[in-house]
Design a protein around this ligand. Structure first.
Ligand SMILES: NC(=O)c1ccc[n+]([C@@H]2O[C@H](COP(=O)([O-])OP(=O)(O)OC[C@H]3O[C@@H](n4cnc5c(N)ncnc54)[C@H](OP(=O)(O)O)[C@@H]3O)[C@@H](O)[C@H]2O)c1
Ligand SMILES: *[C@@H]1O[C@H](CO)[C@@H](O)[C@H](O)[C@H]1NC(C)=O
Ligand SMILES: *[C@@H]1O[C@H](CO)[C@@H](O)[C@H](O)[C@H]1NC(C)=O
Ligand SMILES: CC(=O)N[C@H]1CO[C@H](CO)[C@@H](O)[C@@H]1O
Length: 357
């Protein structure tokens, strides 16, 4: 009952915020449509988080010698993932914009009594293609074998901004940069995996993918920019890509498997600046998961032996969930894959040394 009232408040708060914003009616209607969709999907996800609370657990086995790469591991959910991987004695490579913040994550873990594992921090701005290339280059040189790649860095909503390479910021941060990074590190992932113990690529997507569609003719969503629509597009693109690459890896017998994960609705800085946090800041702290709880399904997707051989799946509260119909469309997966390869001028995916990337 309490939860239903909470969800109702979220809906009312956002509708009021949209009316206050004084935009043209057409934009208001389109934004309202997305607000309602998000509220529906988000409220359902919150309820699922609550009812599946007991399912939200994963073991932390000792995996000395394994190497994990994570984007955006310096705060939010990513920092909690780093902490859990350290407890497994894994060597974690953090790619983040502020390398000092990355170092501090290690310090905090040590202060809290975690003595195992190690952290190396390299500078990475995932929204800048050149930065992705230089990051991948040092990482590949220093670590010829990578067991886990966690594509976690992400941004949500915000105004229309273009990245240095000219792409809408959510598309370039959440999707494009990670597509390139995955391409560049695939050889090292293949080198670490075996047919019985595959390397894993985990994409931190979102239940928002359920309301997404891909606008090939206006991939930047420039024509009518609705931030929620662009976020959903970027998260759907991740799931499509995960599913497509999984089928490629299977076909070519690569020892790599892929998962997309919805971490839950988690109280992080991701919600800063949203209508909800501006008008009812107590809702996230009361009703959302903590970052630690959000990290659990991601770690589960990386490490759980129960998922061995079950690549291409979408994980929600440590359970395999079904994705949207859109995400299952093989046609759409291939179309987006071709489209992205062309954008990035990649000729042979996963074979970085055959071209100039
Ligand atoms: N919170 C939720 O409810 C929720 C729900 C579904 C999915 N997710 C997904 O979970 C992931 C993590 O989100 P969060 O909640 O932990 O958010 P957060 O607290 O805002 O953290 C975002 C992380 O991404 C990094 N990042 C953003 N832009 C970057 C860039 N251009 N280059 C490098 N790193 C960048 C940030 O690093 P800086 O310190 O450099 O900014 C930060 O470490 C995202 O992919 C998000 O879409 C979250
Ligand atoms: C994860 O999603 C990104 C989009 O953010 C995509 O570019 C990348 O290739 C995906 N990786 C895997 C292994 O699914
Ligand atoms: C993707 O590209 C391949 C190779 O160029 C082509 O054979 C295939 O038909 C394309 N698929 C789609 C859906 O456009
Ligand atoms: C909401 C909730 O109960 N989360 C739990 C998920 O699992 C971890 C560890 O198994 C607990 O510490 C959390 O409290």
């Amino acid at each position: 009952m309490f939860l239903l009232i909470g969800c109702g408040i979220i809906i009312i708060v956002t509708i009021v915020a949209i009316w206050r914003s004084k935009k043209p009616l057409k934009t208001i209607l389109a934004e309202a449509k997305y607000e309602l969709l998000y509220n529906a999907v988000g409220s359902r996800a919150i309820l699922e988080d609550v009812f599946m609370r007991s399912k939200n657990k994963t073991d932390l086995p000792i995996l000395s010698g394994k190497v994990a790469v994570i984007t955006g591991g310096a705060r939010g959910i990513g920092a909690e993932v780093v902490k859990m991987l350290l407890r497994c004695d894994i060597h974690v490579i953090i790619g983040c914009r502020n390398t000092q913040a990355g170092e501090q994550v290690l310090q905090k873990c040590r202060d809290s009594g975690v003595t195992t594992g190690d952290v190396t921090v390299y500078k990475l701005d995932i929204s800048v293609l050149d930065s992705v290339k230089s990051f991948a280059k040092v990482v590949a040189e220093k670590h010829p074998k990578i067991n886990y790649l966690i594509n976690n860095a992400g941004i949500m909503f915000g105004p229309y901004i273009e990245s240095r390479d000219g792409y809408e910021s959510q598309f370039s941060t959440n999707y494009l940069g990670h597509f390139l990074l995955t391409h560049l590190l695939l050889p090292q992932l293949c080198a670490a995996g075996t047919q019985n113990l595959k390397s894993r690529i985990v994409n931190v997507s979102s239940c928002a993918h359920l309301v997404g569609e891909i606008k090939f003719e206006d991939i930047n969503n420039r024509h009518q920019y609705i931030s929620g629509e662009a976020y959903a597009q970027s998260k759907l693109a991740q799931v499509l890509f995960t599913n497509y690459l999984e089928s490629v890896c299977k076909k070519e017998n690569m020892p790599v498997q892929l998962h997309s994960v919805h971490p839950g609705i988690v109280n992080t800085e991701l919600f800063d600046g949203t209508h909800l946090k501006n008008l009812a800041p107590w809702v996230p702290s009361l009703m959302f998961k903590t970052p630690e709880q959000g990290a659990i399904p991601i770690v589960h997707a990386c490490l759980s032996p129960h998922l061995e051989g079950k690549g291409g799946t979408y994980i929600h509260n440590c359970r395999i969930f079904s994705t949207s119909e859109n995400a299952k469309s093989e046609d759409l997966q291939e179309k987006l894959f071709n489209f992205t390869k062309d954008l990035l001028k990649i000729e042979d995916f996963g074979q970085p040394h055959n071209n100039n990337n």
